[in-house]
Design a protein around this ligand. Structure first.
Ligand code: Z5A
Length: 221
């Protein structure tokens, strides 16, 4: 595919949304990048869950505490994230990549491994299979793992005022999620760790440096 698929991952409050927007502005605003970016038609920002209409409805079910009176069971939750992803890949991500866009995506398959696998203890092999069904094998060209202390991330998310259902889960859950990301990064060279404990500007600087190298590498492929 002509486009490139760049994913941002990590525990909550890690600054994914902030960094994705900063990166989009930098890519579109930097004169020196114009030539190297000319093969891409645009930059698209999206997220999981919630990148499509169906995804938005699923996001509400999954994350708003006031929609359902009953608890979503772990396996049902896993399947809902998979449904969101299948729709997202087919209806939005693949068409954008085929047209030649750079797609910046807030969370993808590694979130399911970290949250449902390491966090809730669901079978990792089953999750890999489900991820494969949902994506048809589509992988990111690059994944940034915004790595920061779980406590700092949660306190940032809390200060932001939008404390959703998942974020209320206990701290041990979030530590297991963090361990999931550590394991994923160990075993996948396409996952680049970014120190997200730093200021917004310093975090963005690390991301821009990696993106510069990648854009040069991707120039002819
Ligand atoms: N989930 C799942 O379980 N399984 C799956 O397969 C998928 C998802 C796909 C929703 O994700 C939930 O879905 C998520 C996992 C689960 N769980 N929880 N809980 P989401 O992406 O919608 O929400 P989030 O991951 O919790 O993102 P977030 O809390 O919005 O955080 P963020 O996007 O990484 O950070 P931010 O919004 O850019 O920043 C948070 C605050 O910190 C904000 O006030 C910023 O101004 C501030 N900030 C940002 N950077 C900095 C720095 N560097 N210093 C200081 N303050 C900063």
């Amino acid at each position: 595919m002509i486009g490139k698929f760049i994913v941002f991952e990590g525990v909550e409050g890690g600054g994914k949304t902030t960094q994705i927007e900063l990166l989009r502005d930098w890519l579109l605003g930097k004169e020196e990048l114009r030539q190297i970016l000319s093969k891409y038609i645009n930059v698209v920002i999206t997220r999981e869950p919630g990148g499509t209409q169906l995804g938005k409805a699923l996001r509400k079910l999954l994350l708003s505490s006031d929609v359902l009176a009953e608890k979503i069971q772990n396996t049902s939750e896993l399947l809902l994230y998979a449904a969101d992803r299948a729709q997202h890949v087919e209806a939005l991500i693949k068409p954008c990549l085929e047209r030649g866009a750079i797609v910046l995506c807030d969370r993808f398959i590694d979130s399911t491994i970290a949250y449902q696998g390491y966090g809730h203890g669901l079978d990792l092999e089953l999750i890999q299979q489900l991820n494969y069904i949902a994506t048809g094998g589509l992988k990111s060209d690059l994944t940034f793992w915004l790595d920061l202390d779980v406590e700092i991330g949660l306190s940032r998310a809390k200060n932001r005022g939008n404390f959703d259902r998942m974020e209320r889960a206990n701290i041990e859950f979030h530590r297991r999620v963090q361990q999931g990301y550590q394991e994923l990064a160990k075993n996948n060279s396409l996952i680049v760790r970014i120190d997200a404990n730093l200021t917004r500007e310093k975090v963005q600087q690390q991301i821009q440096e990696i993106i510069m190298q990648k854009l040069v590498e991707w120039r002819y492929n």
